[in-house]
Design a protein around this ligand. Structure first.
Ligand code: A2P
Length: 326
């Protein structure tokens, strides 16, 4: 049984720039309440997950760390069998805060190194509110990330919620390769332009909210739910899978890593078994056509006075010359 789970978890990977595989299906820990995080992560490990997506901002890394440590001790799992991602939080503004914060995350997660450390957002939001995007600050933070990688604190470094424009800016001064960009991505938001850019620059993509984030705290009454879209439910019926499995498999078949979250043991196991839900090429094509550039997570939290969410995603003043430069 253990061997089969290992094959399921390690057999499907997303290629990073250096030819190493990142396990494509990960367990998302955003919105997992601290009181349920240890059990949920332990259940996910039992279900076969080996890739865990964490962040200091989620305020549950201590509990995640307890589950990882308990499982490893119980089943003799070595550190190399796991893929652990964490993120540098947006409430910290200064580059000199990177190393202490990373050390705290390592301590909380009870590991000696991360597999991947990401800049959580290209923005800062302190007690005084959100601050204007500052590429210089990102470049200085990135330098600290590079030092952390050189020191072996993390195997890879990357970003989250970066647009092609912001990635381009970062790449200009970066000494080390951006390994991954983690963004919201699902059939309603297929991020074509970003994917083309990332492919060209050998940046792998992790899709967050692959199920359309139905349980997020600020979900809007009456919003269109991806999991309930009739094409998704129809394909699920046709393939004898669940709608969630269809969406996860859509991500994987598109060459993405994805990190569905659940605190429900049955759904945790069901999501992990998505790889057995084979979708026909025709159905993948039909799902691809659902795109309507719809974000469930708009980033409004980071909008500064006088600006809009379109500024967050660089949708203002985008013209063909920008496109050519990328
Ligand atoms: P729960 O934690 O109660 O299972 P996303 O990863 O896109 O943010 O979606 C996470 C949300 O989707 C959570 O609210 C989670 O609820 C729910 N969810 C996770 N797996 C499934 C599933 N297999 N079927 C239906 N809902 C699911």
């Amino acid at each position: 049984m253990y061997f089969i789970l290992l094959l399921l978890s390690l057999g499907h990977g997303v290629l990073l720039y250096d030819g190493i595989d990142m396990p494509s299906l990960g367990f998302g820990t955003w919105n997992v309440p601290p009181s349920q995080a240890e059990n949920s992560v332990f259940t996910a490990l039992e279900a076969g997950y080996r890739h865990f997506d964490c962040a200091a901002k989620y305020q549950n890394e201590k509990q995640v760390g307890k589950a990882l440590s308990r499982y490893r001790k119980s089943y003799g799992l070595s550190r190399e069998d796991l893929w652990i991602t964490s993120k540098f939080p947006t409430n910290l503004e200064h580059p000199e805060e990177v190393m202490p914060q990373l050390e705290e995350t390592l301590k909380d997660l009870q590991v000696e190194y991360l597999d991947l450390y990401l800049i959580h957002w290209p923005f800062v939001r302190t007690e005084d509110g959100p601050k204007e995007y500052n590429p210089e600050r990102i470049a200085r933070i990135w330098e600290q990330f590079e030092i952390a990688q050189d020191r072996g604190y993390t195997r890879y470094i990357g970003v989250s919620n970066f647009t092609p424009k912001k990635l381009q800016k970062l790449i200009q001064s970066a000494r080390h390769q951006v390994a991954v960009n983690q963004v919201e991505l699902h059939p309603f938001l297929s991020q074509r332009r970003l994917r083309t850019f990332c492919e060209r620059h050998k940046i792998a993509i992790t899709a967050y909210s692959p199920l359309g984030s139905p349980g997020r705290p600020n979900s809007i009454d009456g919003e269109e739910k991806l999991l309930e879209h009739q094409l998704v439910t129809g394909i699920a019926e046709e393939h004898s899978c669940s709608p969630a499995q269809v969406l996860i498999q859509w991500s994987l078949k598109n060459g993405l890593s994805c990190i569905p979250k659940s605190i429900n043991p049955k759904r945790i196991a069901q999501n992990f078994l998505s790889t057995s839900c084979e979708l026909s090429a025709h159905n993948i094509f039909k799902l691809n056509r659902l795109n309507k550039n719809h974000r469930y997570l708009t980033g409004e939290h980071y909008v500064v006075e006088g600006k809009t969410v379109d500024h967050i995603w660089d949708l203002m003043g985008w013209d063909d010359d920008d496109e050519k430069e990328l």
